[in-house]
Design a binder for this molecule. Sequence first.
Ligand code: PLP
Length: 393
Amino acid sequence: MERPPLEPCFVYLDNNATTKIHPEVFEAMIPHFTLLYGNPSSMHTCGGVVAKQIAGARESLATLIGSDPDEIIFTSGGTESDNMAIRGVIEANPAKRHIVTTRVEHPGVLATAKWLQSKGYEVTFLEVDRDGSLDWDVYRRALRSDTAIVSIMWANNETGVIFPVAELARIAWEKGIPFHTDAVQAVGKIPIDLRATKISLLSLSGHKLHGPKGIGALYVRKGTRLSPILFGGHQEQGRRPGTENTASIIGLGKAAALAQRNIAEENGRVKALRDKLENSLLAAIPRSQINGDRINRLPNTTNISFEFVEGEAILLRMNELRIAASSGSACTSGSLEPSHVLRAMGIPFTMIHGSIRFSLSIFNTEEEIDYVIEKLPRIIADLRRISPYWPPR
Ligand code: PLP
């Protein structure tokens, strides 16, 4: 395969970290850096034109997730949405001081829960099993009369494992507890229809669905009590003040419209490429395994462990061939700790250290997947040859 000289990410399989901006998203954003600079709150036409386009973006996003446009608050991304959901509900219900979440959440939720714990709130961190799934009975028992909020992700960013959030939310709703889901990895990859659920709050992020970075949204079901965590102007119904990030909101709206169109491809062609990649690697590389439930999983994600090899070493060798993925071992994600998700699943350390997450998108081709299938077995064999632990006794 010829390497294009200027493109650093040649075979980009790290789409759960971030995605390429869709060319049509970029196109839609350009006028907002040039002609359409009016403040959407202004009375004049310069602002009114922009306000109208923001309303359109809100409608596109609402259509994608099955909500009403006025249930959407634009934020700076998934992290802010997670913070706003949990802290906003807690603040609005001061008598309730218990939170339920899981051990495998993104730091946007986990760190918020831990911060609240340090302020005296009680947090139940639900365990997951080897497949990354929850125990229904344990979940039911965790919900209490003083539980202020449940926060459980729709799909895990490292393994792609999907939680049955519609059912989990219904159980919480029966007990009068608001249910928040971090759906940053799910939106745009699998169909979502919030009207058919009892979910109260949902976080999403533009840069995971071929939109810009630094923009996201929080869905807040009508009737959900939520205090603002920022104070200022009247924007976003006063729930998230500050002059709108207009270009990025337009980009997110366009990305949502495109995702609506591309979700079938994501669950067809992209899933088939993911399956080809993982089946071929499992067949070619001994002592390899998939981490997480293989059925209830995002169509684009596979997390594979290659035992007795260091994930960083695999990433570096792949990077030399301009293949981009990420590892659950350590350091690579800016953290010194091995993946908290794989540890919570009880995956042995020899497997965690050699785990690689491949996450695909509609921009990947079969040629690229064949290239990885051709190169990776050799990389693993070479690294094992210099490993003191190989062959295992
Ligand atoms: N939640 C999940 C599940 C994620 O994967 C991410 C990003 O990796 C986030 C939240 C944070 O989103 P953002 O980068 O927009 O703050």
